[in-house]
Ligand binder design. Structure first.
Ligand code: ASP
Length: 362
């Protein structure tokens, strides 16, 4: 064997062992079909976080770039042809409209490309439910768009990010994931964007889908789907970001014992065009708060009653007469998702009947 051919063979062996690729042929799935293209959009979060040691609580989100994330899970290259883009690298407590608009626009460009099969977005757990629900309303495609996250930083003992990422790629590459709205894959479970909520500050099993349940499960890349999406979404949504440079301000105010109307009025004075009350029980609040809220509703501020309770719906005209007071009931949406929907709704509508129709449908 000549020295040149030895070097060539060694190089080919290296490529095959690194990524399971064969020279000259497209990478293939177990079935022999070419692997689908999945684009990974990284935004930061604990999945990209790092700590000084592997057994400490303190760490910093958004330290690891998308190329490092991809390199950490080489097994995912057997599921899809992956390429990554860095959209931001922030803790999701700092998620903001600028990143949302950039992310949503980039997803819409990518899903319009015929050779892109699906999208994975890596994100922090704190606000993943809001980003997922926002994308569920503004992405214009039925292709799988899957968010994933981690509760433990990438440097931690027993980090949950790598398997979450692997499972997210598997779901994004899975044709059966299409048409189920934007999905979130964490800890072996597949959640829908309207139902998922974070329920524990630190537990790995923090995410639940109260009321509607799981969309499916995924174990080491093998997905099983149980149901479709709840509410209008993605390609069937009436919302669009065309020409949108800013979203209206909507504030969330939590109800509590002895609540008065001071924060309601302050939010409007600060520029809120809509308010969401994280009410007690079935979207309730003190008489004083009802009075202030109804006065703002009369002035054209759209006021939505949601609940600070983790599970259950907020019904219209149950203990409060929404028709008379001019309020909107959030139905199945928690306060943070009600805020997302209301911000998009306010781009086009101000009438309470129109907005209640939107809460009924989404
Ligand atoms: N603060 C982090 C974030 O949301 C928490 C996490 O990702 O788990 O970015």
């Amino acid at each position: 064997m000549t020295r040149r051919s030895f070097v060539l063979i060694a190089l080919v062996a290296l490529v095959v062992s690194a990524g399971g690729l064969s020279v000259g042929a497209a990478p293939q799935a177990k079935t022999g079909a070419p692997l689908p293209n999945v684009v990974v959009l990284a935004t930061g979060g604990t999945i990209a976080g790092a700590a000084a040691t592997d057994v400490q609580a303190g760490y910093t989100s958004g330290q690891v770039g998308v190329e490092q994330l991809l390199a950490a899970v080489p097994q995912a290259k057997k599921l899809a042809v992956l390429r990554g883009e860095q959209i931001s690298n922030i803790g999701s407590q700092d998620m903001n409209d600028e990143v949302w608009l950039k992310l949503a626009r980039r997803i819409n460009e990518l899903v319009a490309m015929p050779d892109v099969a699906g999208i994975v977005i890596t994100h922090g757990t704190d606000t993943i439910e809001e980003t997922a629900y926002f994308l569920n309303l503004v992405v214009k495609s039925k292709k799988p768009v899957v968010l994933t996250a981690a509760m433990r930083p990438s440097t931690a003992l027993s980090a949950d990010g790598p398997l979450n990422f692997y499972n997210a790629v598997a779901v994004a590459a899975n044709k059966d994931a299409a048409g189920r709205g934007v999905l979130i894959v964490v800890n072996d479970w597949i959640h829908g964007a309207s139902s998922l909520t974070k329920t524990s500050t630190t537990a790995v099993q923090t995410f639940l889908s109260p009321v509607w349940g799981l969309i499916g499960t995924v174990a080491y890349g093998e997905a099983e789907f149980y149901r479709g999406p709840v509410g209008r979404n993605t390609a069937d949504s009436e919302f669009s970001l065309d020409g949108v440079t800013a979203l209206p301000r909507v504030d969330i105010i939590m109800a509590h014992e002895n609540m008065d109307g001071a924060l309601i009025d302050a939010a409007v004075a600060a520029g809120a065009k809509g308010l969401v009350i994280a009410g007690v029980g079935n979207g309730n609040m003190t008489e004083a708060a009802v009075k202030s809220l109804a006065a703002q509703a009369k002035k054209g501020i759209v006021c939505v009653r949601s609940t600070r309770v983790t599970t259950g719906r907020v019904g219209r005209n149950v203990e409060l007469d929404d028709d008379k007071l001019g309020f909107v009931a959030s139905l199945g949406l928690n306060p943070q998702k009600s805020r997302v929907l209301l911000r998009l709704a306010l781009l086009k509508k101000r009438d309470v009947k129109d907005i209640q129709r939107i809460f009924d449908e989404y």
